[in-house]
Design a protein. Sequence first.
Length: 139
Amino acid sequence: MWTVDPEDVAEGDRIFESHAAWMTGHSREGDTALLSYKIAKGPELSNPVDPNSEPTGNTIFVLNEIYEAPAGVAEHWRLAVESWQDLPASARAHVVNHQPPMWTFPQRCSCASGVSTAPHRPQRVVLCPANIQLSPTAM
C-alpha cells in the first residue's frame, strides 16, 4: 500500500499501469504461478475506519499479488530486476507512506477448486530482496 501526495498521483498511475502491463508475462502455471493480481486506488481518509470521514487529499494505491507458492515471489523479484523498466522509477517515486509488501499463499485442500482460504489460515510472507531498498520515502 502506497500513499502519495496529490502532485504524485499521475506518476503513481503511470508506474502502476507499467507494472500491470509487465505482469502479463508472469507464469500462470506451477509453483511460480500468479493466481491473482489487483490494483486499487482511492482517496486516503482522515479516519481509515470511517468511510464518511474527510479525505486528506492524498491518494492510496493498493497492490495485491497472489502466487501459488513462495517460489512465485522470488521469481517475480528476479524478473523485476531483470526486465521491468520502471523498477528504478518505482524506487524513486515519493510516497507519504509505504506499507511493506505482503504475499498470501493459499493452501491446497480437497475442495472442488483445489484452493481454499477457509477453514485454512493462509501463510503470510513479507519479502524485500536485499538489493532493493523499500522505505517510507523511497518506493
